[in-house]
Design a binder for this molecule. Structure first.
Ligand code: FMN
Ligand code: SF4
Ligand code: FES
Length: 535
């Protein structure tokens, strides 16, 4: 299709949508489907066939996953929670009239009001399975503009000026990485989207792909245009069947509309995307291991340099970014780098998507401006700990992160502040712990994870994680002395400083942060004879 044909199609869909008075949108992302939203949709569909002014639509995640199945009626400005098939008649009967009070979510609550949706702007609004719905909200309009009017270096410049940093955990400046790949010599270059998402408690990338797959495809295609690549891979966790299915479907649709494939939009510009299923190990999310896995080898990390930007997939220059990083590209190029860099803090621009989990009232997917405090996230947006419980700590950064105590929750969410407290932004998993959590157990849980996920290639991580886990077990069992605590600290330092990849380098973080802020929980369970020697 030509750009004009795509624009006409988008206008046609907008007109069709306008002709329907009420769109009843059912969340069909994995969280709500597992709570039965598919059955709710069937019931609503059955009833809606008797009406001529409404249609029932599947949409992506609406955010408040713990209250699912969720159903929204935009025309009435209402969102219904915990909907069951038996509510279908009532919902359809209430359209344009008084909302059903007992099912209604409070859209004025901080959960909705304190968020800023950029990456998730289409999530919960469009049907992720139809490209037409994406076109109707301006989808692929940015690609048309860029391919028609921009030079590749202008795209790289704009991303650099935006201040966007990679959302996969490390926070590396995206524009800098794109610039390096763009400058790399050679006819073959690759684009990789890292959708491995192996952190326990993280589900941001899954939700983005389930809710708005075309946004990621458009971001990758723009990246391809900017750096001069010809082929792309999405390396996606195999345990995400719905996200895989929707991505596959979206790739097929995009090719059919000529926004992907050969001669994109009639221009001499080719880009194809292949899906590669993750090999099921956390370490395969590490970029060099991921590249090895794409090439068909065992997913073991390699020393860097050379970095993937110089020598990546099949030895060719490769741009590797996270799902959320790609999902930021369209709004940046559409609204401009000045707009984007005005959001967030000096060093951390834009917004961040977090998966709220653990002992928190509103479990779900949120997007907030960088710089918001952790306290606002946990208590205002998250609604605090359920049943009047007390928040003890928040873990950001998953197994590579750290536990931040309740007393320090006023810190702003940005890359540097979290690092100063021994944690990290990570990819966006945020686990809230209440007073019942034992911090030695928390450290042990994450060390057990790192121990079993260590690929074993380098000694410090292979042996260090096992020894640290053994020591934590001894501490928990009340068999350790203060000397063991010192040994644990030494092992943390050693493993951090000498491991080959990020897994080993950051595995000690949960121990170090719990020792820093909750040391008394360790010393309280040391052997009685040793306790007297502890300061
Ligand atoms: C053990 C380990 C696991 C990782 N897992 C992921 C992951 O699942 N998704 C991701 O985007 N990045 C992950 N990363 C970071 C990647 O190596 C890489 O930095 C990232 O994909 C780059 O994208 P970005 O610049 O957009 O953040 C992981 C790193 C390590 C050390
Ligand atoms: S640090 Fe751990 S995961 Fe990384 S290469 Fe070494 S053994 Fe493998
Ligand atoms: S999965 Fe339905 S609201 Fe998140």
């Amino acid at each position: 299709m030509t750009p004009d044909e795509i624009r006409n199609k988008a206008e046609e869909v907008r007109e069709e949508n306008k002709a329907v008075k009420h769109h009843v949108c059912v969340c069909m992302a994995a969280g709500c489907v597992s709570a039965g939203s598919d059955k709710v949709k069937v019931a609503l569909d059955e009833r809606a066939t008797q009406e001529d002014d409404c249609c029932v639509k599947s949409v992506g995640c609406l955010g408040l996953c713990s209250a699912g199945p969720l159903v929204s009626v935009e025309s009435d400005g209402v969102l219904y929670q915990k909907v069951e098939p038996k509510h279908a008649d009532k919902i359809i009967d209430s359209l344009g009239k008084k909302p059903i009070k007992e099912l209604q979510c409070d859209l004025e609550s901080p959960f909705f009001k304190a968020q800023m949706k950029i990456v998730l702007e289409n999530s919960g609004r469009i049907d992720p399975e139809t490209i037409e719905d994406y076109l109707a909200v301006g989808g692929y309009e940015t690609l048309i503009d860029v391919v028609t009017n921009w030079e590749p270096f202008e795209v790289v410049d704009e991303i650099t000026k935006s201040g966007l940093r990679g959302r996969g955990g490390g926070g590396y400046p995206t524009g800098l990485k794109w610039g390096t790949v763009a400058k790399a010599e050679g006819p073959e270059k690759y684009i990789v989207c890292n959708a491995d998402e192996g952190d326990p408690g993280a589900f941001m990338d899954r939700c983005i792909l389930e809710s708005d797959p075309h946004r990621v495809i458009e971001g990758m295609t723009l990246a391809c245009f900017a750096v001069g690549a010809t082929k792309g891979y999405v390396y996606i966790r195999a345990e995400y069947p719905l996200a895989i299915e929707r991505l596959r479907n979206a790739i097929r649709q995009a090719k059919k509309m000529d926004v992907l494939g050969n001669n994109i939009l009639g221009a001499p510009f080719n880009f194809d995307i292949e899906i590669r299923l993750g090999a099921g190990a956390f370490v395969c999310g590490e970029e060099t291991a991921l590249i090895a896995s794409i090439e068909g080898s065992r997913g073991n990390p390699k020393p860097r340099p050379p970095y993937p930007a110089e020598k990546g997939v099949f030895g060719k220059p490769t741009l590797i970014n996270n799902v959320e990083t790609y999902a930021n590209i369209v709004p940046i190029l559409r609204e401009g780098s000045e707009w984007y860099s005005s959001l967030g803090t000096e060093s951390s621009k834009g917004t961040k998507v977090f998966a709220l989990a653990g002992q928190i009232q509103n479990t779900g997917l949120i997007e907030v401006p960088m710089g918001i405090s952790l306290r606002e996230i946990v208590f205002d947006i998250g609604g605090g700990v359920p049943n009047g419980g007390k928040c003890k700590a928040v873990l950001t950064g998953g197994p590579s992160g750290g536990c931040i105590p309740e007393s320090l929750l006023d810190i702003p969410v940005d890359y540097e502040s979290l690092k100063e407290l021994g944690s990290m932004m990570g990819s966006g998993g945020m686990i809230v712990m209440d007073e019942s959590s034992n911090m030695v157990d928390v450290a042990q849980f994450f060390m057990e994870f790192c121990m079993s996920e260590s690929c074993g290639k380098c000694v410090p991580c292979r042996v260090g994680t096992v020894q640290m886990h053994n020591l934590l077990q001894r501490i928990s069992a009340g068999e350790a002395t203060v000397d063991d605590l010192d040994l644990l600290m030494d092992l943390c330092e050693l493993t951090r400083n000498t491991s080959l990849c990020g897994l080993g380098q950051s595995a000690p973080n949960p121990i170090l942060s719990t020792l820093r802020f909750f040391r008394d929980e360790y010393t309280a369970v040391l052997k009685p004879s040793a306790r007297t020697t502890v300061e």
